[in-house]
Ligand binder design. Structure first.
Ligand code: AMP
Ligand code: MG
Length: 360
């Protein structure tokens, strides 16, 4: 997951200019003194503001199975705004959780009830568009497979048999779900959906919306690696680091401002059996965890799309994802890590990533 890197930013201080009073007449001298005093005051005030270490306010909650934090540089008076944004994320967590019997998604999966909730319809529509663009690498109908592998629920994950996986694959296919007349409908009764690959991104979008409505001009929303950066931090874009998928720290980072980023990685939820790692991002074509990448980071103006594309590019692998990043609206850049540890980035992000990853 991306980790917020240089939260402190870099200060860019200039020396105060030298001020000379040249006029010798009394009045002019007084005016000159006032101007001089004004300028000195302005210079001091400027320095005071620039030199101030503005405190960063933050609040954290555990939602959507992950740690959700919002950072805002400023005084403590911003904390109620953070709470409001986190309340909204909590609401989304409940609504989009397919294990929650009160969720419209639960009623859709278990009672074939079409989904009318406008925000679930909107998110499903975005996910289905990415499903089409990625040729089904992102597929919201993977729910039976996710359950079979046990990445949800209390029983814990396990390695299913080939026969079980083959049987399950018969009930997977995003083409059997459609948004028609403002409703998410099943085109086959056995289909079940899971919006887990996109809901976190949607929660980030909604939290950022609340902060912007409250006129917050600088903030970082980080929900378990799904990030939206509002504005800048001390006159610099926010720097976001990409977590090392096989060790401590980060492999590098990049700068973003008024943009979103999301990472999908094979280290987030996994188990090992006979020395093989089995993780939670499944290739809907094979029914097994996808193997081409160990980390996929994307940037997008829209956090819901960033979340959708991080999962899709993870499944698509290096070549296809790099090619898509050059021509797909809503996918503004990728940084991919293959199992041998090699890092590749799309042309839009390459310089930004290199510049901010020196010495890593
Ligand atoms: P993310 O961490 O955003 O990549 O989302 C992973 C989650 O999405 C998993 O925990 C599953 O619930 C679900 N999922 C796994 N594989 C896929 C897939 N290929 N398409 C859509 N959702 C998936
Ligand atoms: Mg995702």
């Amino acid at each position: 997951m991306p980790v917020p890197g240089n939260l402190i930013g870099k200060l860019n201080l200039k020396m105060p200019m030298e001020i000379k009073a040249e006029n010798k007449s009394g009045n002019m001298r007084r005016v000159g003194f006032l101007i001089l005093a004004g300028l000195v005051f302005a210079a001091v005030a400027w320095f005071w503001f620039k030199g101030q270490t503005v405190p960063i306010q933050k609040r954290t909650r555990f939602l959507m199975d992950t740690v959700c934090t919002i950072y805002i540089p400023g005084p403590k008076t911003v904390l109620p705004v953070i709470d409001k944004a986190l309340d909204r994320a909590e609401e989304i967590d409940k609504k989009f959780n397919c294990l929650n019997p009160d969720s419209p998604i639960y009623a859709f999966n278990h009672n074939n009830k079409p989904i009318r909730d406008p925000e679930i319809v909107e998110v499903a529509q975005k996910a289905l568009a990415v499903a089409r663009q990625s040729d089904g690498a992102l597929d919201i109908t993977v729910y039976p497979l996710v359950r079979l592998w046990g990445f949800f629920g209390k029983q814990g994950p396990r390695l299913p048999s080939e026969r079980e996986i083959k049987e399950c694959l018969k009930h997977v296919g995003y083409k059997y779900v459609a948004v028609q007349n403002g409703e998410v409908r099943k085109l086959r009764p056995d289909i079940q959906i899971d919006l887990g690959a996109v809901a976190k991104g949607y929660a980030v979008d909604e939290a950022a919306k609340i902060l912007k409505q409250a006129k917050i001009r600088s903030a970082l929303v980080d929900f378990g690696g799904d990030i939206y950066a509002i504005g800048e931090i001390r006159n610099r874009p926010w720097t976001v680091g990409i977590r090392n998928p096989r060790g401590e720290g980060e492999v590098g980072g990049f700068e973003i401002s008024d943009l979103s980023t999301a990472t999908s990685g094979d280290y987030e939820r996994f188990f090992e059996k006979d020395g093989v790692r089995y993780h939670h991002i499944l290739d809907p074509k094979t029914g097994y965890p996808s193997r081409g990448l160990i980390s996929a980071t994307v940037i997008s103006a829209d956090a819901t799309l960033a979340d959708a594309w991080s999962t899709a590019t993870f499944v698509l692998g290096k070549e296809k994802s790099l090619a898509l990043a050059e021509k797909t609206e809503g996918l503004q850049g990728v940084v991919l890590i293959t199992p041998d540890g090699k890092i590749s980035s799309s042309s839009q992000l390459a310089r930004n990533f290199e510049k901010n990853s020196k010495g890593k």
